[in-house]
Design a protein around this ligand. Structure first.
Ligand code: ZN
Ligand code: FE
Length: 258
């Protein structure tokens, strides 16, 4: 039986620990101390580190962990990420036994070029590409790259649990509501998110089904979103027959200054 636990780190990061009671792998350890504390508290041995992309808040704890556990670090190699021991590319398969999980790797550029996602039946670890009700910033590559990466994630089965690397859901939902004031699923999710945050619980994992109902970045063909953008006179959405990518780009730009 696999357990997946959120280890809060830094400001609003989650380091996900996948464990079976004895062995654990962690995803995106931005800090060392909270991971060591978690492993000790649960009597777990660390077997591997998975890395979605090279930002410091996702790799900052790797060196410290490897002083204690000399384990492989999986991820996409990049000159600015010296930690990767095993280069992962589109189509690669990663078998981790223990704790007994097999991941398929897809490349999801658009936040950063080296961003990959780890997919196993019923779960995806998507780093900073897809967030609860939002998406990552478009730091590298054209908006089309990020849009395409998100569409690939959206094609996963509806029941897939979405393990994002940040607790951004509440802020993202404020933007989602501005995009679609009359979407009842967004309103419900805001209420559910408030409850979880009041209890100091993570709002994640989410599901692909919930994201498709509430995440504006997965809803770029929705008339209400297009109407909102047109009313605000935002670029890309003013001309008739506006493209899905035009809507996505306008949403991402609006979100940057929301
Ligand atoms: Zn990032
Ligand atoms: Fe991040």
């Amino acid at each position: 039986m696999l357990d997946i636990t959120a280890i809060p780190a830094l400001q609003d990061n989650y380091i996900w620990a996948i464990h079976d009671g004895l062995n654990a792998v962690v995803v995106d350890p931005g800090e060392t101390a909270p991971v060591l504390k978690f492993l000790k508290a649960h009597g777990l041995h660390l077997d591997a580190i998975l890395c979605t992309h090279r930002h410091a808040d996702h790799i900052g704890g790797i060196a410290g962990l490897r002083e204690v556990y000399n384990v492989p670090v999986y991820g996409r190699r990049h000159p600015d990420n010296p930690h990767i021991t095993n280069d992962m590319r589109e189509g690669d398969r990663l078998e981790l036994a223990p704790p007994g999980v097999v991941f398929d790797i897809i490349e999801v550029p658009g936040h950063l070029d080296d961003h990959i996602a780890y997919i196993a039946p019923g779960m995806v670890f998507c780093g900073d590409v897809l967030f609860g009700a939002g998406c990552g910033r478009n730091f590298e590559g054209a908006p089309a790259l990020l849009h395409h990466s998100l569409q690939r994630l959206a094609m996963l089965p509806d029941t897939t649990r979405v393990y994002c690397a940040h607790e951004y859901t509440a802020a993202n939902l404020r933007f989602a509501l501005a995009c679609e004031p009359d979407n009842p699923e967004v309103q419900q999710r805001i209420a559910a998110t408030d409850e979880l945050r009041k209890a100091n619980l993570p709002t994640l994992p989410s599901t692909i089904a919930l994201e498709k109902k509430t995440n504006p970045f997965l809803r770029c063909t929705r008339p209400e979103i297009i109407r909102t953008l047109q009313q605000r006179g935002l670029t890309g959405a003013s001309e008739p027959g506006v493209s899905e990518l035009g809507v996505f780009t306008a949403l991402r730009e609006w979100r940057n200054r929301f």
